[in-house]
Design a protein. Structure first.
Length: 122
């Protein structure tokens, strides 16, 4: 993903979505930021889910681009919220309800589908 992002320069986004992905068992995460209007990832990084890691995105983007961000969509992770508020003074936050409302259903469905796939493989 880093190589693809480097080959495709980022245009300043107006609407971003932030989430974390697990890269290893044991709660090791990286942050992924999407430009939701252009429907593409624009940053992947950090060492964990801390404010310090999230700040790396805004530092890479630059002050001028951060001031143009109008909306940040994120789950209710305090580090994402605090970093956004510190770097995007003109932005509003929209919370993604999926982690709190639908996550158990999604996990159950994924587990069932995973079981079906495992059965097919033998």
């Amino acid at each position: 993903m880093q190589r693809q992002l480097a080959d495709n320069p980022v245009k300043p986004p107006r609407v971003i979505g932030k989430d974390e992905i697990s890269v290893r068992k044991g709660h090791e995460y990286r942050i992924i930021v999407h430009d939701l209007e252009r429907r593409r990832p624009i940053w992947f990084g950090g060492e964990d889910r801390t404010i310090k890691s999230m700040d790396l995105f805004y530092e890479a983007l630059g002050i001028e681009a951060c001031e143009k961000i109008e909306l940040g969509v994120m789950d209710m992770w305090r580090a994402f919220e605090q970093s956004f508020q510190a770097h995007c003074p003109n932005g509003k936050i929209a919370y993604d309800p999926l982690p709190r409302v639908q996550a158990p259903e999604c996990r159950n469905r994924r587990n069932q589908e995973g079981g079906v796939q495992a059965d097919r493989r033998g």
